[in-house]
Write a protein that binds this ligand. Structure first.
Ligand SMILES: Nc1ncnc2c1ncn2[C@@H]1O[C@H](COP(=O)(O)OP(=O)(O)O)[C@@H](O)[C@H]1O
Ligand SMILES: [Mg+2]
Length: 374
């Protein structure tokens, strides 16, 4: 899969831009605050239908402009497609209009997965040490691009969770409708079960790739493993069916009713899940060296690309924001050498010093303007 062209209007500091991309390596080159990450953010928006920098999409409207527009021309094995996003500023009412090949798409979940990208930024290098929410985010964004049903389940889950938490608070204060709690619990269990099964399968696959890439990269004998930690506390070998997972969640919620009311919050479910990353059985978060943690992060990102490939038959586009400069020479080489035939779009302040860039396309960035360098 390839991003061929991205056109911006009033997006961040970009008044207007029309950028052609090469199917190989593309490097946005420029000083700080010129608009390198902005350009990448817009491309990522097409894949995830959200920014990686803000949950508030209006922030992406250029200061003072009524809306932004971004249009991506992409190509997969079957055909060329066009995706567009138009988002209005707070003052301009109407929220968001998305189109696919000229046709308006009412549900954001239908935009996700058409264009697929793996994002790699400095925060991801710290994924091993980050909090559970960041690791869940990593998983969710990756899975959503492959499974539209998963995204819909997540959306429903989060909505029910908010309602259920509000009800638990009311019940704690002696208000609210007690009968409603079972209904919410039932709905939540159903969504949590789908999320559980999907995450479990994803982490099992990712685990295999991480073992493979980590061994290749580090040459070390220590063996990494990724384990899915969840409220059901099932054994790794457990292959609970979705239906059974749902009833296990329901039991958990029913038997902890009093605790949850006292806490005024839902204490069990997908929103508490985590991925435990270890090396030779010891938690990498606590015991691995910084270098090992980075290698693990790299292996996870490469694994994400491989899983996307096996699901869809095509490699996604790799987006690297300021990440090469954070890696030592050996890790840079490894990453780039493993991405040989794929499209990579990266940002950098100075041209990366590596022979693997081949005939990369350099695009210089200055004040929200983009020019192809010779
Ligand atoms: N909504 C916006 N409207 C106009 N400019 C913006 C907006 N959001 C961010 N910027 C500007 O974009 C610049 C940062 O661009 P960015 O792409 O993050 O830089 P870098 O090239 O370092 O990656 C800053 O000057 C910032 O003020
Ligand atoms: Mg930047």
């Amino acid at each position: 899969m390839i991003a061929k062209r991205i056109v911006y209007r009033d997006f961040r500091n970009i008044e207007q831009a029309d950028i052609s991309l090469s199917p190989g390596v593309n490097v946005f080159l420029g000083n700080n605050a010129e608009g390198k990450t902005n350009a990448l953010e817009g491309i990522y928006l097409m894949a995830a239908a959200r920014s990686f920098r803000t949950p508030r999409e209006r922030e992406m409207v250029r200061f003072g402009a009524p809306f932004f527009e971004a249009a991506l021309t992409m190509e997969d094995v079957r055909r060329e497609q066009e995706l567009t996003f138009k988002v209005f500023s707070a003052d301009s009412g109407h929220r968001r209009i998305c189109t696919k090949n000229g046709v308006a798409i009412p549900r954001i979940s239908e935009m996700v997965g058409v264009f697929r990208a793996v994002l790699f930024c400095p925060e991801h290098l710290a994924i091993v040490k980050a909090g559970p929410a960041e690791r869940r985010g990593f998983l969710d964004i990756a899975i959503c691009q492959l499974r539209p049903l998963y995204l819909q389940a997540l959306q429903r889950h989060n909505k029910i969770l908010t309602q259920r938490n509000a009800l638990l608070k009311q019940l704690a204060d002696g208000n609210g409708e007690p009968g409603l709690l079972d209904i919410y619990s039932e709905q939540l269990s159903r969504e949590a079960a789908l999320i559980y099964v999907t995450r479990r399968e994803y982490i099992r696959r990712l685990d295999e790739y991480v073992k493979h890439f980590f061994a290749e990269l580090s040459g070390e004998t220590e063996v990494p493993s990724l384990l899915y930690k969840n409220s059901l506390k099932t054994a790794e070998s457990d292959n609970l069916l979705e239906m059974d997972a749902a009833s296990r969640y329901m039991t958990l919620l029913t038997s902890n009713r009093a605790r949850e009311i006292a806490a005024g919050a839902t204490l069990y479910g997908s929103h508490k899940d985590d991925v435990e990353i270890s090396l030779n059985g010891r938690e990498a978060r606590l015991y691995a060296s910084q270098g090992q943690q980075r290698s693990l992060a790299l292996a996870m990102k490469l694994g994400e690309g491989e899983i996307s490939m096996t699901y869809t038959g095509e490699y996604p586009v790799f987006l690297f924001d300021d990440v090469l400069s954070e890696l030592d020479g050996r890790r840079q080489e490894f990453l780039l050498s493993r991405l040989g035939e794929r499209q990579v779009i990266m940002t950098a302040c100075t041209p990366p010093d590596t022979p693997h860039l081949g005939d990369a396309k350099f695009i210089t960035v200055r004040g929200g303007r983009y020019e192809e360098a010779d």
